[in-house]
Design a protein around this ligand. Structure first.
Ligand code: HEC
Ligand code: HEC
Length: 212
């Protein structure tokens, strides 16, 4: 009995202190990620954008950033083309599934490795489509660039906020780091999670230039 009580107290203490500790390191990390405004040329910013574009149009990212049909896309290992998610899955307007069959019915929330080929991938947060205003699937790089730098269409984020989102997602074991560690023999976007964070920070410091 005593031991159970002690365990509860420890758990409560961890629950109270952990988020504070996490957000402090999170902020420090973001601040050190961002080069000084004006220290990156427009040219280098555009080059960073080209690398960002290659990542976010990759199936590991774009298959969840789909349009208003609310249907996730699939690139099954061993097949070359992108198709609609199997089993007639529909995310509904809420983008997380329909009553009785949410995405998390199959895509459980877990930080365990995604080892098993063809198993539904899982991460540390609840699996769901990105909001429809973050649609990348089927859009041109120039269109996505305009969306990503527009706080009215990117979740209210300025340049530093976008970098912070990446770091925060990594702390939560979310979708973005999963892209480079998807398991099951799935392909990954070019570069690494860290090189992507660096590119988003460089692009931001250059004033978020977009291709014409
Ligand atoms: C399982 C689905 C899923 C996958 C896969 C996914 N995302 Fe997302 N993404 C989301 C959801 C849900 C949100 C909304 C979360 C939020 O805004 O806080 C989001 C939001 C974002 C945002 C916020 C700003 C914006 O305008 O979109 C960025 C940036 C982003 N994702 C990048 C990526 C990258 C890079 C990858 C691939 C490495 C990726 N995502 C893969 C579901 C996904
Ligand atoms: C009935 C089970 C089931 C449900 C429900 C389900 N999925 Fe899946 N999903 C799978 C399986 C299985 C795979 C892996 C397929 C493979 O790799 O062969 C998968 C893979 C995926 C992928 C990875 C595709 C890729 O190429 O990287 C995405 C994205 C995805 N699902 C999104 C969703 C979303 C969003 C929902 C909710 C609207 C959802 N899924 C609901 C079973 C399910």
């Amino acid at each position: 009995m005593k031991r159970i009580l002690l365990r509860c107290l420890v758990a409560a203490a961890v629950a109270i202190t952990a988020p504070i500790a996490i957000s402090a390191t999170d902020d420090q990390k973001t601040a050190s990620d961002m080069p000084l405004a004006g220290s990156v040329s427009k040219d280098d910013g555009l080059k960073a954008w080209q690398r960002i574009q290659a990542v976010i149009t990759h199936p590991r990212c774009a298959n969840c950033h789909v349009g208003a049909d609310n249907v996730p896309r699939w690139n099954v290992v061993g097949e070359s083309k992108t198709r609609l998610h199997g089993m007639d899955i529909h995310a509904g307007f809420g983008r997380a599934g329909i009553p009785g069959q949410t995405c998390t019915t199959c895509h459980v929330t877990s930080t365990a490795p995604n080892d098993v080929p063809h198993a539904p991938p899982h991460v540390g947060i609840a699996w769901q489509l990105a909001p429809v205003q973050f649609q990348w699937f089927g859009k041109s790089g120039a269109e996505i660039c305009q969306q990503l730098r527009d706080p009215r269409r990117n979740g209210g984020r300025d340049a530093a906020g976008l970098v912070e989102h990446l770091r925060h997602d990594a702390l939560m074991h979310g979708f973005i780091p999963w892209g480079w560690n998807p398991g099951g023999g799935r392909g990954t976007p070019p570069g690494t999670f860290d090189s992507h964070v660096k590119d988003v920070a460089m692009w931001g410091a250059a004033g978020q230039p977009c291709p014409e």
